[in-house]
Design a protein around this ligand. Structure first.
Ligand SMILES: N[C@@H](CCC(=O)N[C@@H](CS)C(=O)NCC(=O)O)C(=O)O
Length: 209
C-alpha cells in the first residue's frame, strides 16, 4: 500500500502527476499545511507523518519517504516497468539523478530568488539564476525532454516548477514548447483535474487509466 500525503496546489501536486504517469494505485490523503507561500495558514495536520508537517510525504509499507526528489526517485525505482527512471549501472542513471537533484537544488532556489527580487539585486543570485536558465535551455535545445527522447521523472520535477513559475523564467519559445508538451500529457491533465482544492481529511484512490 502506498499513501501520498498531499495538499492541493503545492509541491506535492507533482507527486500526484508522477503517480498518474506511473499508472499505479496510490491512496492520496489530503492534508492541511501550516504555511503556504510564506504565509501562516493554520495548523499542520496531525495525521501527516512528515516530521516538519510538510507535503509531500509518502508511506510505503511502513517506510516514510520525504523530500520530493527522494520520492520521485523512490517511485521511479519501485516501478521500473513505467520507464520513468533509470536503473543503477545504466548510462542514464547519472543524468537522471542529476536532473532530479538539480530541480530542487538549483532550479527551485533560482526561481525563488527571481520571485523575491534577489536575483535582480544581488549579482551572485543573478548569476545563479542565469546559470539555471542556461542549463535548462541547453537541455531543451536538444530535447524534446531533459534526457532526450525519453520522458522521465526528471521532467515531472522540472516541469512542475515551470508550470507554476513560468512568469519568473525568461520568454523563450523553447521553454513554452516544453511547458506545452508537458501540459498536454494525458497523465498531467488527469493529475491537474484531481488537484482541485479539496477539503481536509478527504481521501482519493488515484489510479491511472
Ligand atoms: N524540500 C521539500 C519542500 C516541501 C515543502 O516546503 N512543502 C510545502 C508545500 S509547497 C509545505 O508543506 N509547507 C508547509 C509548512 O512549511 O509548514 C520538498 O520538495 O519536498
Amino acid at each position: 500500500m502506498i499513501t501520498l500525503f498531499h495538499a492541493p496546489q503545492s509541491r506535492s501536486s507533482r507527486m500526484v502527476w508522477l503517480i498518474e504517469e506511473l499508472g499505479i494505485d496510490c491512496e492520496v490523503r489530503y492534508c492541511q499545511i501550516a504555511v503556504r507561500n510564506g504565509q501562516a495558514v493554520g495548523e499542520a495536520d496531525p495525521a501527516n507523518p512528515h516530521p516538519d508537517g510538510k507535503v509531500p510525504a509518502l508511506l510505503h509499507e511502513g517506510a516514510l519517504i520525504t523530500e520530493s526528489a527522494a520520492i520521485a526517485l523512490y517511485l521511479a525505482d519501485l516501478f521500473p516497468e513505467a520507464d520513468l527512471g533509470a536503473s543503477v549501472g545504466t548510462a542514464e542513471r547519472g543524468p537522471l539523478l542529476t536532473w532530479i537533484c538539480w530541480a530542487v537544488g538549483e532550479l527551485e532556489p533560482a526561481i525563488w530568488s527571481k520571485m523575491t527580487g534577489e536575483a535582480d539585486r544581488d549579482p551572485l543570485a543573478k548569476a545563479r539564476y542565469q546559470a539555471a536558465v542556461d542549463r535548462l535551455l541547453e537541455a531543451l535545445w536538444v530535447g524534446p525532454y531533459l534526457m532526450g527522447e525519453r520522458f522521465t521523472a526528471a521532467d515531472v520535477m522540472v516541469g512542475s516548477s515551470l508550470a507554476w513559475a513560468r512568469l519568473f523564467l525568461p520568454e523563450s519559445p523553447l521553454l513554452d514548447a516544453y511547458a506545452d508538451r508537458l501540459a498536454r500529457r494525458p497523465a498531467r491533465i488527469r493529475a491537474d483535474a484531481k488537484d482541485s482544492d479539496k477539503g481536509m481529511s478527504q481521501t482519493d484512490e488515484v489510479q491511472a487509466a
